[in-house]
Design a protein around this ligand. Structure first.
Ligand code: ADP
Ligand code: MG
Length: 358
């Protein structure tokens, strides 16, 4: 949905040091109006620091943060018109559900009658209608997180920030809430920056993902772009499963063993690696396709419910992993260790990154 009040965020040269440590190192990032952008990175990579800088709770050493055309770097948090959700919920335990949700409206001096209506609407949006009178301690974890969400958007902020809001929930509830949050975002149309260290959550929810490591943005792209065209080994390894194999160069082409993989890309890197996603490999030879073939021996084959995971030692002693669906008609039989296998990769599924691999 288009939201007329949603604002783009333009971050440039943002740097924050703690002593010698760069929590943020010259971060440039644009979040489009109404977009759901996820900051994805391991623990300690700078995600919270960046989110807090956008909210105004910490002051960067240098750089710029604009909401629309307005520079915000010196604007205090309560003037930024930003809704926030934290991992810990941060609800007021002595207030009812309705009082919690109404709190930002009260701060903004919204008249009581309007407040009541907005609280009811927000309760309905997060599927908690009729629970406004409850105390916080009478709610489950998932319900508390919904209250925290409702409190973050009830005053129609122009930007919504969420810092690992689902990480305290168990897996099933977390996956359901991911879908709910995405639907909510679609309904509200508010520019959203979402933080997670969970790559699957990022792939599930985001319009675009910004991968961060050691305070630096590594790659910003939509989920397919991040998965299918990782910029480097860190991204290839952090998002999804992958095997990374070193490639050789000769006469303008990249080779694996004696097989041509692709023309050498025009970058300033002197080395390249092949990234293989396990589900792109096939143990049967695909018809009508240009292929790379890997010869090896099964090291381990593991049944995991919806898929079978096979680890193969190649004749050159590298290892690759293959994953296939258990509903695939021709692949129902389990592979015993030490079985000789040929594994096939379509050239159209080849991913090449700069760097030497492992
Ligand atoms: P993330 O949210 O990705 O886990 P943070 O943004 O919290 O990471 O932290 C980034 C880096 O900055 C970490 O190395 C962390 O230890 C450091 N850091 C964060 N806040 C402070 C602080 N107030 N004082 C000193 N170091 C900090
Ligand atoms: Mg954090």
């Amino acid at each position: 949905m288009q939201n007329d009040t949603a604002l783009p965020i333009q971050i440039s040269g943002l740097t924050k040091q703690y002593g010698d440590l760069y929590a943020l190192n010259r971060v440039d990032l644009t979040v489009k109006s109404g977009e759901f952008l996820t900051l994805l990175g391991p623990s300690g990579s700078g995600k919270t620091t960046l989110l807090m800088a956008i909210a105004g709770f910490n002051r960067p050493d240098c750089g710029s943060i604009r909401f629309g055309d307005t520079e915000m770097i010196l604007t205090p948090p309560h003037r930024r018109d930003v809704g926030m959700v934290f991992q810990s919920y941060a609800l007021f335990p002595h207030m009812t559900v309705a009082e919690n949700i109404g709190f930002p409206l009260k701060l903004r001096k919204v008249p009581p009658a309007v407040r009541t209506k907005k609280i009811e609407d927000a309760l309905e949006t997060v599927q908690l209608s009729g629970l406004g009178h409850r105390n916080i301690d009478q709610l489950s974890g998932g319900q508390r997180q919904r209250v925290a969400l409702a409190r973050a958007f009830v005053f129609a902020p122009r930007i919504l920030l969420m810092d690992e809001p689902l990480s305290a929930l168990d897996k099933k509830l977390r996956e359901r809430m991911q879908i709910e949050l995405k639907q909510l975002h679609r309904k509200l149309g508010v520019t959203t920056v979402y933080v997670t260290h969970d790559q699957r959550e990022a792939l599930t929810m985001s319009d675009r993902i910004a991968v961060i490591n050691h305070g630096e943005l590594i790659q910003v792209d939509n989920p397919e772009g991040i998965y299918n065209a990782p910029a480097n080994e860190f991204v290839a390894d952090f998002i999804g499963e992958s095997t990374i194999l070193p490639l050789q160069q000769s006469n303008g082409s990249l080779y694996y063993e004696s097989q041509v993989v692709c023309p050498t890309p025009e970058t300033n890197s002197s080395t390249y690696s092949l990234v293989i996603r396990p589900e792109r490999l096939s143990l049967q030879k695909p018809d009508n396709a240009d292929l790379l073939v890997f010869n090896g021996t099964v090291k381990e084959s593991v049944y995991q419910g919806e898929t079978v995971f096979v680890l193969i030692t190649l004749d050159d002693s590298n290892e690759i992993s293959v994953r296939y669906g258990t509903n695939a008609v021709s692949s129902t039989s389990q592979l015993e260790p030490d079985t000789r296998v040929d594994t096939f990769l379509r050239l159209s599924d080849v991913i090449v990154i700069p760097g030497t691999g492992q």
